[in-house]
Write a protein that binds this ligand. Sequence first.
Ligand code: SAM
Length: 494
Amino acid sequence: MLGFEGYTFTPDTLEPLLEHVAELRNFISQWSWLADMHIVDFFVEEHWNQLPGPWRASFRDGWSDASDTTAVEQLVDLAVSNQLWPTATTELHEFVARCHALSLERRAKTDPTSSTPVVVPALDDRITLGMNPKKAVEVQHLAYIIASLNKSQGIKLVADIGAGQGYLSRTLAYQYGQTTIAMDSDQLQTCGAERQRQLTERMVHHRGDHLSGSPASPMVSWTGQPVYLDHLTCLIDTDHLPDVHRQLSRTYHQLVHSPLDAQVPDTYLPPWTICGLHACGQLSNVMLQWFVRSSARCLVNVGCCYNMLGFTQGLMSDVSTRFPISEYLSKKSARLSVNALKLACQSPARWANDTQTSIGNFERNFYRALIHYMMVDQGLVKRDDPFPVLGRLPKSAFRDFQTYCQRAFQRLGMSPLDSDLVQEYYDRFRPRAIQMAIVWTLKALLSPCIESFIVLDRCLYLVEQGCHVSLVPLVDVTISPRNLTIVATKPSVN
Ligand SMILES: C[S@@+](CC[C@H](N)C(=O)[O-])C[C@H]1O[C@@H](n2cnc3c(N)ncnc32)[C@H](O)[C@@H]1O
């Protein structure tokens, strides 16, 4: 349908999807200790000892020295391309192969069997204002997918959910002539999006290819199509969907100047698509529910920030009400911990982009775990207390461990420990930094499995409701780690 290669799930071909989620569930629960483990208490809880004995031995053989950068580079290779070294045990090979096999394909490619290869049009420079290169590539591809889908399904309106600065909405409206309503709960985002739109308008004016708007003759973009775009500040949550729907409908009818007559319900909309780029946390679930319960015909969703699944407006909710959403996994009582949800936000494939940053992250983790061990060992923090929140320390704090300790204790409002004592801890634990790097890497390998589990649960929910679903990687994962795009249609329009 889209010309992009991906997965297809329908109510008639449910079996492979069920098998895949069942296998993911078993695998993730087998390795839940690794997914759930917190790296901060790595030394306090001796997490290294939880690794199967032969694995530990196989790492130790080659890598006793923490300053061995080849070892760290091999870990980055493992994260990026699942490459192991000859001395690794068979079980370790099996773990890595299984992580790979169960994770969804993330490399974007257009369908090689298609007679007309997909060429995604470049974005016009009048709409790329404010977008960084990553966002521009994401918007370029997603807008193309949405516009193609809408064309094939006779769609007349797009609701862009969690529109932020309106990058996607503007592209849909100006470049593809789609009537678009951008919705976001944050007034600052809506105002920012309006401002950006005015800049686009000015650029269009400046180049003289703009016709001034009026109810009878709306603005026309450089494509020659009228521009219908509006922004709406609106919190979208499951409890208020009818009200949200009414607001959308009102905005649409004002925008296209088609007042509803008294016979037509105030929720009436023409065929419409609900879409969202990086609809964070629970917002993706709400989108799916709104799609299923409403008259919307198509859905295009790219999720992100799975760690926010447990939050509503900054407040922690019960994660189990947010995952799973499919009936199948709910009946199986599938669960993911908050740490597992955080892990799903990682992207080991991107470690390749900057090996030095990856090595720097290993070092930061080591400092954080060691200072925690020192605080517990010195009785400054109890072992069962919540971890003291250090927040983000500036780069300069990581110059060396002594500097880090000074800055960290200052941040926590604690008196610093004697520097000789700090040095003693450092010298004792430094050779074990490599153990942390190993466990961190193995944990990261689970991350694509957990993200696949969350996204497939969403696909399964849609298929259970009778929808047809395609799942395509939007752009390459090394460019955009949250690239899994759910495209759903309702049976009546297939
Ligand atoms: C990660 S940003 C993505 C913004 C934009 N789609 C993009 O890709 O640039 C998520 C946006 O969703 C909005 N948002 C989060 N929860 C929302 C909700 N329940 N209702 C409406 N908007 C929401 C946030 O304010 C934020 O602007």
